[in-house]
Write a protein that binds this ligand. Structure first.
Ligand SMILES: [Zn+2]
Ligand SMILES: [Zn+2]
Length: 341
């Protein structure tokens, strides 16, 4: 297979400005690394945060963003190892972590204080080639297409990790707030796990999609949602994928005593509460960011049986700016994935 010496990439050169599509030097895999030719690369709301500068890279620009990549191994650095030429691998948000801190030793590499984030602190997947340490690449099962697999690397596995933190089991009721990409994955994962799902969003179209994906009940998020969800029996746990503070009082009101509320999306406004609301009812509030490798592989096993499907629209790398704009404006229905040729 011939490998080009240069590659097309979308560069963030200035915060708040469109990405620039340019030809740049292709990376060369070092010992322990693999070179991956991208097939598909998902666009995530984190890319919006980075591109606007509200989550600015620790390094000087330019930056290649993108952390939901799937592609084929086309070269292996010295030492060889786990992957061979032609293997399909996925690249997620955790590019690598220190490997020896308390978090890394206990399945929390995504909370390592010394982790590199793909498309944030190191070059990411909005490019034709990506180099990464093979220890941090994820093998993609044969029966998941690259377009389906790419969003599982971040959105799908973040949804899986969030749901797992609720501690809910078959027969329990989970209320899922925010029904874009992550919420859509969470509905399917919860149903696969035997839970009952109440799906909540402001958008009727997203509620219709949620119903089609298996949600048992759907509720429009407004001032009437609290009595409606209570009438459905309330929630044994809540997960929030809506990047707004408006869901917070709803979750506090509808969850049962001792429930866990998992916060995944980052609202721009501050959340307020009286400590009494949490204390008296024994509630737990848990943050959840990205996923570890175990959660990613557990999700891939579920998805390999065709039971987790993304609502995906495809675009080319040249269309990356419109993909980001759609996401920012809330126009993206599910996940947008850039397709490479
Ligand atoms: Zn992401
Ligand atoms: Zn670490």
């Amino acid at each position: 297979m011939s490998i080009d010496k240069t590659m097309k990439a979308a560069l963030l050169t200035q915060y708040g400005a469109p990405l620039e599509i340019k030809t740049v030097t292709r990376p060369i895999p070092k010992a322990g690394e693999i070179l991956v030719k991208m097939e598909a690369s998902g666009v995530c709301f984190t890319d919006v945060h980075i591109s606007r500068g509200d989550h600015a890279s620790p390094n000087p620009l330019p930056l290649i963003m993108g952390h939901e990549g799937v592609g084929l191994v086309v070269a292996v650095g010295a030492e060889g190892g786990r992957f061979g030429i032609g293997d399909r691998v996925g690249i997620g948000y955790v590019y690598s972590a220190c490997g020896h801190c308390r978090e890394c030793h206990t399945g929390g590499e995504n909370y390592c204080s010394d982790f590199d984030a793909t498309g944030y602190s190191v070059s990411g997947c909005f490019a034709e080639y990506v180099c990464l340490r093979q220890d941090w690449a994820t093998a993609i099962p044969d029966d998941i297409s690259p377009m389906e697999a790419a969003p599982l690397m971040c959105a799908g596995s973040a949804a899986y990790a969030s749901l797992k933190k609720t501690g809910l089991k078959a027969g329990d009721t989970v209320a899922i707030f925010g029904l874009s990409g992550l919420g859509q994955y969470a509905i399917q994962i919860a149903k696969q796990s035997g839970m009952r799902v109440i799906a909540v969003d402001v958008d009727q179209g997203k509620l219709d999609t949620a119903k089609n994906l298996g949600a048992d009940d759907v509720v429009v998020a407004n001032s009437d949602s609290i009595p409606l969800i209570k009438a459905l029996g309330g929630a044994d746990g809540c997960v929030n994928f809506a990047p707004v503070g408006a869901t917070w009082p709803l979750m506090l009101a509808v969850c049962k005593p001792r429930a866990k509320i998992v916060l995944t999306a980052v609202p721009s406004d501050q959340l307020a509460f009286y400590a009494h609301e949490l204390i008296e009812r024994g509630l737990q509030v848990i943050g959840s960011s990205a996923s570890n490798r175990q959660e990613m592989s557990e999700l891939l096993q579920l998805a390999a049986h065709g039971k987790i499907k993304g609502v995906i629209s495809g675009k080319s790398l040249d269309e990356v700016n419109s993909a980001i704009a759609d996401l920012q404006a809330g126009r993206a229905e599910g996940r947008t994935v850039l397709k490479f040729h």
